[in-house]
Design a protein around this ligand. Structure first.
Ligand SMILES: [Zn+2]
Ligand SMILES: [Zn+2]
Length: 181
């Protein structure tokens, strides 16, 4: 299959023919419908993340269809899914409490586990969410990175309509005078 492979720190990448992903128990093979480009991809491409492995397939925002499954929660031939930003192990103390976004052993797509700028991808069923009918691929693809982080931040901050908020992202920070609306 074709994939965008980062093969060296410092932004060296190319489209390569790579072997199809192999599944372990609990894994799902998805055929990528759409993948979105995020600022995080550019940081990973540049090698700013300390856990980068090389070579790695870039990309962490995608939507696809299940074509093979070793997780009984997902069925080939119909289920449309989006992966989380990180792949929880499903076994640590946080995962066992349902707080898988705090997983201490989480892998990060496009960083230390292959991501989604490819025709197919292996994803743990623990990292997949089914997409409801009626949500188009081009919106679903970036829901679990861009939208979910903002939504969670707003909920945790307890902000109400019309309030002003300071937004920080990665190493950058800017002050937003725009009201929430
Ligand atoms: Zn992203
Ligand atoms: Zn965990």
């Amino acid at each position: 299959m074709k994939a965008v492979v980062v093969y060296e720190r410092g932004g060296k990448y190319e489209v390569r023919d790579v072997p199809m992903p192999r599944l372990n128990d609990g894994d799902v093979l998805i055929k990528i419908n759409y993948a979105a480009l995020c600022y995080r991809d550019l940081l990973q491409l540049a090698g700013y993340y300390p856990r980068m492995k090389y070579p790695v397939i870039l990309g962490h925002e995608a939507v696809g269809v299940v074509v093979e499954s070793r997780d009984p929660r997902f069925k080939p031939g119909g289920d449309r899914v989006v992966p989380l930003l990180h792949e929880p192990d499903g076994t640590c103390e946080f995962c066992m409490r349902g707080l898988d976004s705090y997983c201490i052993n989480a892998l990060s797509y496009g960083e230390n586990v292959d991501g989604f700028f490819a025709e197919y991808a292996r994803v743990s069923g623990n990292a997949l969410v089914k997409v409801p009918n009626g949500v188009p691929d081009e919106l679903a693809a970036f829901t679990l990175c861009v939208v979910a982080m903002v939504y969670k931040g707003l909920k945790r901050a307890g902000l109400a309509y019309g309030e002003t908020v300071v937004v920080t992202v990665e190493w950058r920070c800017w002050y937003s005078r725009r009201s929430i609306g």
